[in-house]
Design a protein around this ligand. Sequence first.
Ligand code: DC
Length: 221
Amino acid sequence: MTMSADAHRVVAIDGPAASGKSSVARELSRRLGFIHVNSGAMYRALAWSVLRAGICPDDEAAVVAHLAEIDIACSELDGRALICVDGVDPGAGLITTEVNAGVSAVARIAKVREVLVAKQRDYLEIGNIVMEGRDIGSVVFPETPFKFYIDASVEVRAARRQREGIRDDLARRDAADSTRKASPLVVADDALVIDTSEMNLGEVVEAVVAGLNEMGLEVPH
Ligand code: DC
């Protein structure tokens, strides 16, 4: 995939579950006036639909057949990506315990990644984007010069999830996301790595802003 010379710009924010990348991406997109796209929400929307259809997320053939039958529409509303499955916005259905438990199985299927990565790249047609995920800097937009990897210790990430009141087996999801064959979670060679274990949100945003300034992208207040 090649980003054309006059293409829109992409800030790629990768990292493991509950590393705080959503909060950073939200604030950064607000300041930059870029569209905020959470690529994880696309994998979650498929997992949500698969579970609603009574399909086991581990049943690769059934998941791929289901994907071919549904319409996953990705658009933009007020600067945020909007994902609808057959015209329905899953909303809070994306962050249930069941979806948390099933999403990694769906995301490791190569055909699923092929289809959803194409939709992620289509966002560039709409405008400049801040996109968060696992493989944005390594696979989806490897050409972008603006890459970050937001990390935190598993203890800190588990505590964050607990405060949110969400049940999420992070260690299991980390292992599944990092060891799968298709586009595993990796640190892109040219990504700026920020360990947020000892930082608050404001400090993380300032670290990313400083990185972007060095990379040649000015960030308004
Ligand atoms: O960021 P998240 O926890 O909402 O992501 C949900 C799942 O989707 C995660 O367990 C792995 C998968 N994912 C992925 O494989 N690639 C991405 N770019 C984003 C998420």
